[in-house]
Design a protein around this ligand. Structure first.
Ligand code: PMP
Length: 458
C-alpha cells in the first residue's frame, strides 16, 4: 500500500534510472533530512548513506559552512552570468584554486552544471580545437565499454552501458568503445594483469589503426570506472594506454567526476592511477553536491587553439546560462577550503586500510564473486557460482534484491550493471561508521543468500 505522499509522487514525477513499471507498485523512499553520513526518511527512520547520494556528498549532510556560503552569496549577488566577458569573484577564485590543485598542467577552467555537460563540453572542445588546428577529419572519440560519462546525447554516447544506448538511438556517429579493463571478467585464462594491460593497449592501437589515426581525436577515461561497476584497471594499464595515445597524437580526457577531490585518497584519481590526461572533467564532490556545478580543466595548447578559432569566428559559441553560477561557485570554493583546512584527503588516506580490509573480507561471502575497489569506493559483484564466475539470470535482479535488503537494514547502497552493489560513503565517514556500513551490508548479503536458497537458485 502506498502512502498518500508516495501516491502523489507516482502520479506526478518521472524518476531517472527507475523501472517505471515496477515503481508504480513500490513507490519511492522519501527522504527528509540528513546529518553527517545519515539521512532520515519522512517517518524518521535513519539510513547510513553508503553512496554519498550519487557518489557526491563528500562532506556529508548538515554542513553549516556550506549553507552559510550559499546564503551569503545569494544575499550579495545571487546571479550574474559570465558571457561576453562579464565576471564575478567566486568564479575567478574557484578557477584559480582549481588550477592550483590540478595534477597536470592546466591553463583554464570552463564551468558547467553537471558531469554530463562537462563531458559534452570536452567533446565539443576537442572538435573545436581540431578545426582550429586545420585537421577537421580528426574527430572520433574512443571510450570504453562500461564507462559512464553522462546522459546528454554526446556524453551518453561516450557512456559504454547498454541501458544508456538502447532505444535512445545512441551512440552517435564517431564514438567507439574499446574493451573494459576489468581483469576479473575480461582476462583470458592464465593471463597475468600485466599481460592483460598489454593486450588492452594493443587492442586500442589496433582500433586506432583500423579507424585511421588521422580520424581519431581523443580517448576518454575515468581513472576508476564508477557507475559501470567500480572497475579498477591493472597498475600498468594507463602508462601503456598513454604510450599509444602519444604515438598517434590523440588527446586524453580524464573524467574525474567521481574520483576527483579525495575519493582515492588523492586530490585527483589520476594521481593514484598513474594517469596523465590532457584535460579533466569535474563535478559532484567539487561542491560536495550542495550546489550543482561541474567543469572542464584544459591545457594551454587547447586554449590557444580556441583563442585562434574564436578570433576567426568572432566568438566562442558555447556556454550555459549557469556556467560559473556565483552561488554554486561560492559553495564549491568553500568546499575546497574545507578539504584543505580539515585535511580531508589525508584523513581519507588514513581510513582506506580499514575500508579496504572490510571490503576485501566480503569476498568470503558465498554470493560475492569479486569485492573490488580503490580508495573509498567499492563494488561487490554477486555470482551464482564463485568458481565459474557464473552470474544469476539478470531478470532475477539479485543486486537490486541485496540493495532492498540493505535499505531495510538502514543502509543505502546502489545496484549497477552486472549484478554489482556499489559503496561510496561520504569522505567524512568515521571508522565506527565504516564498520557499521559493512556490518549492515553483510546482513543484507546474508538475507539475499537466504532468499536465493529459498528460491532454490543455489
Ligand atoms: N562522469 C562520471 C564519471 C560520472 O560518474 C557521472 C555521474 N554519475 C557523470 C559523468 C555525469 O554526471 P551528471 O550526472 O552530473 O551529469
Amino acid at each position: 500500500m502506498l502512502t498518500n505522499m508516495q501516491t502523489r509522487d507516482v502520479e506526478t514525477l518521472i524518476h531517472p534510472y527507475t523501472n517505471l513499471a515496477a515503481f508504480r507498485e513500490t513507490g519511492p523512499l522519501i527522504l527528509d533530512r540528513g546529518q553527517g553520513v545519515w539521512v532520515h526518511d519522512v517517518d524518521g527512520k535513519p539510513y547510513l548513506e553508503g553512496m554519498a547520494g550519487l557518489w557526491c556528498t563528500a562532506l556529508g549532510y548538515g554542513n553549516e559552512e556550506l549553507v552559510e556560503a550559499a546564503a551569503t552569496q545569494m544575499r550579495k549577488l545571487p546571479f550574474t552570468h559570465i558571457f561576453g566577458g562579464k565576471s564575478h569573484d567566486p568564479a575567478i577564485e574557484l578557477a584559480e584554486k582549481l588550477k592550483e590543485m590540478a595534477p597536470v598542467p592546466i591553463s583554464k577552467v570552463f564551468f558547467t552544471n553537471s558531469g554530463s555537460e562537462a563531458n559534452d563540453t570536452q567533446m565539443k572542445l576537442v572538435w573545436y580545437m581540431n578545426n582550429a588546428l586545420g585537421r577537421p577529419q580528426k574527430k572520433k572519440i574512443i571510450s570504453r565499454m562500461r564507462a559512464y560519462h553522462g546522459v546528454t546525447i554526446a556524453s551518453a554516447s561516450l557512456t559504454g552501458l547498454p541501458g544508456n544506448h538502447n532505444d535512445f538511438d545512441l551512440p552517435i556517429a564517431g564514438v567507439r568503445h574499446t574493451t573494459c579493463p576489468h581483469y576479473y571478467r575480461q582476462a583470458e585464462e592464465g593471463e597475468s594483469e600485466e599481460a592483460f594491460a598489454t593486450r588492452l593497449a594493443a587492442e586500442l592501437e589496433a582500433l586506432i589503426l583500423a579507424e585511421g589515426p588521422e580520424t581519431v581525436a581523443a580517448f576518454i577515461a575515468e581513472p576508476v570506472l564508477g557507475a559501470g561497476g567500480v572497475i579498477v584497471p591493472p597498475k600498468t594499464y594507463y602508462p601503456k594506454i598513454q604510450d599509444v595515445l602519444t604515438k598517434y597524437d590523440i588527446f586524453f580526457i580524464g573524467d574525474e567526476v567521481i574520483t576527483g577531490f579525495g575519493r582515492l585518497g588523492t586530490a585527483f584519481g589520476c594521481e593514484a592511477m598513474e594517469m596523465k590526461p590532457n584535460s579533466i572533467s569535474i563535478a559532484k564532490a567539487l561542491s560536495s553536491a550542495y550546489q550543482p556545478i561541474g567543469g572542464v580543466m584544459i591545457p594551454e595548447d587547447m586554449y590557444q587553439a580556441m583563442v585562434d578559432e574564436s578570433r576567426k569566428l568572432g566568438s566562442f559559441g558555447h556556454g550555459y546560462t549557469y556556467s560559473g553560477h556565483p552561488v554554486a561557485a561560492a559553495v564549491a570554493l568553500k568546499t575546497l577550503e574545507i578539504y584543505e583546512r580539515e585535511s580531508i584527503f589525508e584523513r581519507v588516506r588514513a581510513k582506506i586500510p580499514q575500508f579496504v580490509a572490510r571490503r576485501a573480507a566480503l569476498e568470503d561471502h558465498p554470493l560475492v564473486g569479486e569485492a573490488r575497489g580503490a580508495g573509498m569506493v567499492a563494488a561487490i559483484e554477486l555470482v551464482a557460482d564463485k568458481k565459474t564466475k557464473h552470474q544469476f539470470d539478470p531478470k532475477l535482479g539479485m543486486a537490486a534484491k541485496c540493495v532492498a535488503f540493505a535499505q531495510a537494514e538502514g543502509l543505502i547502497v546502489r545496484n549497477v550493471f552486472g549484478d554489482a552493489v556499489t559503496i561510496c560513503p561520504p569522505l567524512v565517514i568515521s571508522p565506527a561508521e565504516i564498520d557499521e556500513l559493512f556490518d549492515r551490508l553483510t546482513r543484507a548479503l546474508d538475507k539475499t543468500l537466504d532468499w536465493a536458497v529459498s528460491q532454490k537458485l543455489l
